[in-house]
Design a protein around this ligand. Structure first.
Ligand code: ATP
Ligand code: MG
Length: 392
């Protein structure tokens, strides 16, 4: 069983409904929101626009490209009470193309890049690995449309660069590989891979570099490259004008009023898989160690009551003060206000993996005990210094 699965369940980030299907609990949803925010910022910066598309699709649209049949293995297909057939979204290329076709685009509308964060359903045969491979999971999928191949290639490189920034901001040591396209395209695609034992992919890496190839396309000298297990967190596909535009009749009008096929590409990041991968690569024996950029909270605040104090002690009041000060300054705080033992609270803090643990007790006086999740030593710090360390 993947370690990310064990840790995320134990720490209360996710709950399994059935094989391959997960509830994102409040902590998990906060991580996903951080992941989404990074993706959103980087995509908006290169001119992409966010929207939202439906999850239930009519069979007819999937028949236009032949994927109702060719992708039958992964696609959940269903009938309603009137025998009308539908598919649950496993991707959205056909849906985007249908949308675009109706707009009668002109060259002035291009390039056009639209994306959404939504649920994907895939009939995965072996949904092992916990949240790394769901039958129902979250993905950001981006689609871009262009007047010609050159514009597509240029934008494709821009997205590729944005993907590298996105994954680096999340803390990953990311490898971009050239790969084969599978049910999506016959051409070469790119995958974004994170080295991890739990990975189902095999990539070949040139030692000391980030030059890497997927198993399907690797033709290099195996003595020169190292074989590694990896998790695919993202994938991008340049389709051109044949695979979708030609089959579905998706045109734009050029400068001279002539109808031409649009050039199309799609780009995915599995956001729930990203969360699993983070837990997979950032943890120790005690729990997760979230990078700051994707941590559910910045600070885990713990107040400890002294054993000799009676019920009208004021130690809790001062934790309340610290909590208020942190909130006022805009710090995201998880306050453990239970009256469990120090040991239990510390174990929980390690398990959940928030970057900074702050402890307030009789011993800390007018200061606060600061400990980084990845560090062994703690130190006493004044509250103002705490705020400035947190960038406030
Ligand atoms: P895989 O080879 O792992 O099945 P894929 O090539 O089918 O992935 P894409 O169709 O390219 O995946 O989907 C884009 C992204 O969605 C992937 O890079 C991955 O991060 C994520 N993803 C794909 N399938 C799943 C799944 N079953 N559960 C969670 N995330 C997934
Ligand atoms: Mg797949």
């Amino acid at each position: 069983m993947a370690i990310s699965h064990k840790l995320l369940v134990r720490a209360g980030f996710i709950d399994q409904l059935m094989a391959g299907s997960w509830t994102l609990l409040p902590l998990g949803w906060r991580v996903i929101s951080k992941i989404n925010r990074i993706i959103r910022e980087e995509l908006d910066a290169i001119g992409c626009q966010e929207m939202l598309m439906p999850l239930m699709h009519p069979k007819e649209i999937w028949n236009e490209t032949g994927r109702w049949d060719s992708a039958k293995e992964v696609m959940y297909q269903l009938k309603d009470s009137r025998e009308k057939e539908f598919a649950l979204s496993f991707t959205h290329e056909e849906i985007v193309m249908d949308l675009v076709r109706k707009q009668m685009l002109s060259y002035k509308d291009l390039p056009l890049a639209i994306y959404h964060f939504s649920t994907k359903f895939r009939n995965e045969i072996r949904p092992t690995g916990g949240i790394l491979r769901g039958r129902e999971f979250l993905m950001k999928d981006l689609y871009s449309l262009h007047a010609n191949e050159k514009d597509l290639q240029e934008f494709y490189e821009k997205v590729s660069d944005a993907y590298m920034r996105i994954f680096k901001r999340m803390g990953f040591d990311i490898y971009m590989t050239e790969a084969a396209g599978g049910v999506f395209t016959e051409g070469r695609t790119r995958e974004y891979q994170v080295l991890a034992e739990a990975g189902e992919d095999t990539i070949y890496v040139k030692p000391g570099t980030h030059e890497a190839y997927n198993r399907e396309v690797f033709e290099g000298n195996a003595a020169e490259f190292e074989k590694k297990k990896a998790i695919e967190v993202g994938n991008i596909f340049p389709f051109g004008d044949k695979k979708y535009a030609e089959k579905m009749g998706v045109f734009y009008t050029d400068r001279d009023g002539i109808k031409k096929l649009v050039h199309f590409a799609s780009y995915g990041i599995g956001t729930t898989r990203v969360m699993g991968t983070l837990a997979e690569v950032f943890h120790d024996d005690n729990g997760v160690i979230w990078p700051e950029s994707v941590a559910p909270y910045q600070v885990h605040l713990i107040g400890l009551k002294s054993k000799i104090q009676n019920s009208n002690d004021n130690s809790n009041l001062s934790v309340q003060n610290i909590y208020d000060k942190l909130l006022e300054a805009g710090v995201e705080v998880l306050w453990d206000d239970t009256d469990r033992s120090a040991g239990e609270k510390f174990a929980d803090a390690d398990l959940i993996g928030i970057p900074v643990r702050l402890v307030v007790s009789e011993k800390t006086g007018d200061k606060v005990e600061w400990k980084g999740r990845g560090e062994n030593k703690s130190e006493l710090v004044e509250i103002n210094a705490v705020l400035s360390r947190l960038g406030k």
